[in-house]
Design a binder for this molecule. Structure first.
Ligand code: NDP
Ligand code: NHF
Length: 391
């Protein structure tokens, strides 16, 4: 039986903003969710104008306080079922905690907040409200990320000894912030970005990918944060050496000055029985290297159980909606998969049923806190001569 589409509200996203676009495409991807309302801009007049000129009809609000107040008073079915927070980092905490307290589920962009204290408050509020809360670590949404997680956590590579998780970009190698690029301006500003630029912006993705695929946590970190570009107050190059919860070791590293690298997020995991290699710029593939065997490349959509390396495959993984192999999936599909999974939890929440929000399908608020804890520990370590800092 078909169900009504869920109503989604946007916080942020006007005036040529970036990440709102992939989100709103992902929201509409399955026809089971739609954007109906938005507080698009900090300037109330612009917020209303932008909403009136949106590509399809939505209700515009002057600001998110008004949207939360009005929407939370409506009955379920008429109000927004969840909101997506796509503002810069310094405007994540306030709208998110207000939505949570008003009983509106939140799908928030990363990094979760500006600082650790805000992140902890958000975790406490979500626990108290017992409400779905997702964090937009986009790349968990690739089918191959799910597949990689199955391979590593089911022990097919043996015990994890070493992992190298990286996110390399080159777009801040010069003073991009002086060239009228809004996305660069706020990212290098500590008041809007937080205590780390590179680490917070993309190092948190590398950390999340490592934790998701291996199922392991970082327990200790030794970090070296560098600011290569003159005049910046925050790091643009971020390197950490980590201890993992199973005793293994890892590099979690990120750079915004690596000229030529676009969104080079990737991970290599070396276990006692084999190696896994995954790159988000080639998200249809996953490589497995085994001793004394030809290297294997698995392609999404063309993976078969019991092939001499894989055993039985989880039904849930194989049932995940996707298109036939060779019709490439990418960034938008990953975002859509996250929204699709979040939708399930929101529907259960609306019906007063249990929902999982357990981090197995999208990052949750606890993962967001973990990311903030990692960034704080890395900043502390780097400021103290790269000493070991416990998480
Ligand atoms: N998961 C992923 O893959 C990605 C995540 N991100 C994250 O998404 C967030 C947004 O990044 P990005 O899209 O690049 O940033 P943009 O600067 O492109 O967009 C942010 C928008 O939010 C608006 N805004 C600021 N304050 C408010 C407010 N109080 N109410 C309503 N709107 C407001 C901004 O307006 P104005 O410009 O006038 O301030 C701007 O239009 C960041 O947290 C970033 O880390 C970004 C890219 C990819
Ligand atoms: O999270 C992110 C991933 O993609 C972006 C680039 O397209 C980043 O810069 C961003 O903040």
């Amino acid at each position: 039986m078909s169900q009504r589409p869920l109503n989604v509200g946007l916080i942020g996203g006007g005036g040529g903003a970036f990440i709102v676009q992939p989100h709103q495409r992902a929201i509409h991807f399955d026809g089971t969710r739609r954007v109906v309302a938005a507080a698009l801009h900090p300037d109330p007049k612009v917020a209303l104008e932008e909403a009136a000129n949106w590509d399809y009809p939505i209700t515009g609000y002057t600001n998110y306080d008004e949207m939360i107040e009005v929407e939370s008073k409506k009955p379920i079915g008429e109000r927004v079922d969840y909101v997506v927070v796509v503002t810069p980092n310094h405007v994540h905490f306030d709208p998110s905690i207000k939505c949570v307290r008003a009983g509106i589920p939140v799908f928030c962009e990363k990094p979760l907040t500006l600082n650790l204290d805000e992140a902890q408050q958000l975790v406490d509020a979500v626990k108290e409200a017992k409400i779905p809360f997702g964090v937009a670590h986009t790349y968990l949404g690739h089918w191959t990320s799910r597949f990689a997680r199955f391979i590593v956590t089911s022990g097919l590579l043996g015990e994890v000894r070493w992992a190298d998780s990286r996110y390399l970009q080159g777009w801040l190698a010069g003073r991009t912030e002086d060239a009228g690029v809004a996305q660069a301006e706020w990212r290098v500003d500590p008041k809007k970005s937080g205590i780390s630029c590179c680490g917070g912006d993309i190092g948190t993705h590398a950390l999340m990918q490592l934790r998701y695929i291996t199922g392991l946590d970082v327990t200790k970190v030794q970090a070296n944060l560098v600011t290569f570009v003159d005049g910046r107050l925050l790091d643009d190059h971020f390197t950490t050496y980590c201890e993992l919860s199973n005793g293994g070791k890892a590099l979690v590293r990120a750079s915004q000055i690596a000229i030529g690298h676009k969104n080079d997020l990737g991970i290599e995991v070396n276990g006692t029985k084999g190696t896994l290699i995954w790159d988000q710029e080639f998200p249809e593939q996953l490589k497995i290297l085994l001793p004394d065997q030809p290297d294997r490349t698995y392609f999404r959509g063309a993976v078969a159980a019991n092939d001499g390396f894989l055993g039985d495959l989880p039904e849930e993984l194989m049932a995940e909606p996707n298109i036939p192999a060779g019709h490439p999936e990418a960034f938008h599909d990953a975002y859509a998969r996250l929204h699709r999974c979040f939708e399930q939890d929101v529907r259960a929440y609306n019906d007063g049923q249990p929902f999982s929000c357990d981090g197995s399908k999208y990052a949750n608020v606890q993962d967001g806190l973990n990311g903030m804890n990692f960034i704080q520990a890395a900043v502390n370590s780097s400021a103290n001569g790269s000493t070991w800092v416990d998480l």
